[in-house]
Write a protein that binds this ligand. Sequence first.
Ligand code: PHE
Ligand code: ZN
Length: 863
Amino acid sequence: MDVLATNAAPPPIIRRADYQVPDWLVPTITLDVDLDPAATRVRATLEVARNGTHARALVLDGDGLEPLAVRVDGANADWHLQDGDLVVQLSGDTHLVETEVVIAPERNTQLMGLYASSGLLCTQCEAQGFRRITFFPDRPDVLSRYHVRMAADAERFPVLLANGDPVAAGLLDDGRHWAEWNDPFPKPCYLFALVAGDLQANRDTFVTRSGREVELGIWVRAADLAKTDHALHALKTSMKWDEDVYGREYDLDVFNIVAVDDFNFGAMENKGLNIFNSRYILADPDTATDYDYDGIAAVVAHEYFHNWSGNRVTCRDWFQLSLKEGFTVFRDQGFSADQGSAAVKRIEDVRGLRAAQFPEDAGPLAHPVRPDEYIEISNFYTATIYNKGAEVIRMMATLLGPQRFRAGSDLYFQRFDGTAATVEDFVSCMEEAGDIDLAQFRRWYTQAGTPRVTAQLRHEPGSARAQLSLAQAVPPTPGQPHKEPMVLPLRLKLFGGETGRALTEEQLVTLTDPAAEVTFDGLAERPVLSINRGFSAPVIIDAARTPADLAFLSAHDDDPFARYEAMQQLMLDTLVLSVATGRADHRAVVEAVGNTLRDAALDHAFVAEAVLLPSESFIGDQLAQVDPDAIFRAREALRAELGTALEREWRAAYDATEANRFEYSPAAKGDRRLRSVALGYIAASGANDAAALAFRQFERADNMTDRQGALVTLAGGTSDERVAALDIFYNRYSDNPLVLDKWFQVQALSQRDDTADTVAELARHRDFTLANPNRARALVGAFSVNQRAFHERSGRGYRFLADQLLALDKLNPQTAAKLLPPLGRWKRFDPARAALMRAELERLLAVPGLSKDMFEQASKSLD
Ligand code: PHE
Ligand code: ZN
């Protein structure tokens, strides 16, 4: 592990500008892995080739490795270790370099490299885990053919998997067995994987459009086999979708997925052998919510799509991470949109962007989609790289239109197949195939910060003309005090304020200057502006529309996203005013929500999204200074009023969405979503029977969506049923870690006054462990985004988080560092809270042996 000694110099900063081509290439590697949880012997044979004319030594990255032997062309070599790396002096241009190390997967708590999880052995190499397995040039622009031989105890590890195709297997005489796998596609080492365990497969086949038959397998413990059908179905659907929509066909004879319980992220796209966090594979109606089902399909698709966007074309260096991640998120979003309601999917994605990426872009950890420097690359698997990166691709798709975007994608895959490419390569392909100049557009990759657009529509009563003034500004971010104007594609349309008729067609106005004017003529009535429809640009719009106009759009706009957006803006304006003045006028919101609820033409999933109040933290993001208690009170007051004023509507929605049998379909999912939202509002109304109603739903539910929905409502209240439901839930699922995560999470997100106490207690619960990232995130991660509880005036929330981070940093710095950002938002709070938050960051930084992951996040957060 890379740790900092006390008084050590700060860890080095890696800069994009310093990129150099590799000194040595490795056309082939043969790995011989003798697997054992306590001592695994790894022998590697590398064919190395000097790249260009230079006299530099071969440097193989290593992290915590001890070379037991190093041979060059079969003879003892001239080598030494330097900061853990193996330096070998070589005279010729090509050599065979052999190394041997022993590693201990069962002691690997970082979950990087080769590690043990619930009795199986598996690997995680992205970004820099391969160097914890063997000495190697651990950088994505070194592509090699892999041949892997594994041996292991046949009883404990009957299944041995690696990338590519299986070539041979056999028994050894000491109760062990072996298998060999060969991957014909050259790949960077971050895509290497192997798995050994007692696993069973849910198998199927997929015939590609050119007639290749692919063997599919989803590998899990025997007891979990029944929970893999949804993932398998999603895999086949994704394979077909990528052929139909992007013309991308699968290229190996097998495609395997393995589910593991201990995993730092969601899943990993290793060539032909994806490894997944089990939460993104395992599902049945009793244990997984609709949200989980959707997440599984999206992540299965995401990892599968990486086979082209990431694997066949990979990244030249880690600064290009969004090349594969932004594009692949955009691709998985398109896939999910095609499986159900595209509008609801867009609403969910924008909600997620605003919850995670906007705050990141507005805080001390803001960075461009293509960063210029990092200390620890693991810290850059962020919402900016993934989700803002996807928005940037989406804007290019909007500017080019579907055909030219597809042509650009085809050109990119064709031109860069088998290579390690850059963001610049991708944009150039779009430019070439789209016959468009993207010079200014490239600022989306270099400038951090969320652009703000002000839009003002002027119209004289009775006039047929209206004038729209647009202006943009990009706020300063760390290291970038001054910004240049961006290319902002804004879809907009005017509606008649009296009749609700469309007054114009939708048009795409691309703002490239700091300000611009757009004139509309031939208007028959007063126009109302609908702007950034479909969220065509990832920006903040300030359009200064009246509550009446927003309510009007929420009922009449013909773009469902814009309808949702108008309602959100109306709610937000109402709440911001009530936080600021302490006085609330809820009438416009009540009326608009009532109209939406009574509109029988609307899809229930859409209604459920549209009537949800903005989160406390999103309200906070609109304010000059966040007052968590005032925000909580204002939001609760509006929630209660909506509950009371529309009680009849909520009850009608609740009753109309009752199902007598579980079904997994978009309509049934929409019903369940609306039902839980309605239940929440009935409870907010203070109705006497609310807890009984929730408890009845909790007990009768034949699926986790309804059960968890009821539990959330009960857990936020003070009824006797609350304790009963939590106990029943715990006992029913005490052997299911994924459901226990929900039990922890629901309590950590609760809006009760005593949540901080509850969370402190839960951290001592016998089922709580920081060693499992899902569990750590379910309690610590959830609590730190519970705005009121985390920011409790005394600062105990901050202290709790810092304590957990310090404990987790010793086990798993990567996962610890990802939980730190809420502590870095101190500038957004009052001086007393800010001081308490800073004190915790300073306490962290003073700890000897802090990981460089945490050092980077904490030190940047203090600035
Ligand atoms: N590359 C993975 C994905 O987004 C994420 C990941 C990164 C997983 C690092 C593990 C480690 O699909
Ligand atoms: Zn990815």
